[in-house]
Design a protein around this ligand. Structure first.
Ligand code: RTP
Ligand code: MG
Length: 143
């Protein structure tokens, strides 16, 4: 199985609930290593650029308004099959559909405020990691 990197965002609702550490523990229990991390408050321009793929969707403005409503915690995660593994532990987009024990089932209040983001494919993961982190900010976790 290939070692991959994926992008995770702990969204404003989860940062406000003070559960960054709880979510980090789940990454670690799943064998995902944090190789870069930064807290920031996204600008509207950054949020619109990050979610550009959704710009024609009816929920786009609400999504951007939510993503800029408070600080987010952004991290690059590394591990075997990291993209799919990360999405597995996040659970379905709508927390009502998410498997029990997933991050969204346990902590998300609604499809609009759903606690976490994760890249959806290896190609988009590379783009999303590069959106936030330069090559010298990604640390080797080999020892
Ligand atoms: P994300 O990108 O945040 O990891 O979530 P996802 O892949 O599971 O879902 P995606 O289809 O990429 O949608 C991005 C975010 O937009 C909001 N959304 N709202 N009201 C709706 O029908 C709807 N659909 C999507 C969600 O907050 C979702 O995380
Ligand atoms: Mg998505």
């Amino acid at each position: 199985m290939a070692v991959e990197r994926t992008l995770s965002i702990i969204k404003p609702d989860a940062v406000a609930k003070n559960i960054i550490g709880e979510i980090y523990s789940r990454f670690e229990r799943a064998g995902l290593k944090i190789v870069a991390a930064r807290m920031l408050h996204l600008s509207r321009e950054q949020a619109e650029a990050f979610y550009a793929v959704h710009k024609e969707r009816p929920f786009f403005k609400d999504l951007v308004d939510f993503m800029i409503s408070g600080p987010v915690m952004v991290q690059a995660l590394e591990g075997e099959n990291a993209v799919a593994r990360h999405r597995e532990i996040m659970g379905a987009t709508d927390p009502k559909q998410a498997e029990p024990g997933t991050i969204r089932a346990d902590f998300a209040d609604s499809i609009d405020e759903n606690a976490v983001h994760g890249s959806d494919a290896v190609e988009t993961a590379t783009q999303e990691v590069n959106f936030f982190f330069g090559p010298d900010e990604l640390c080797a976790r080999t020892r």
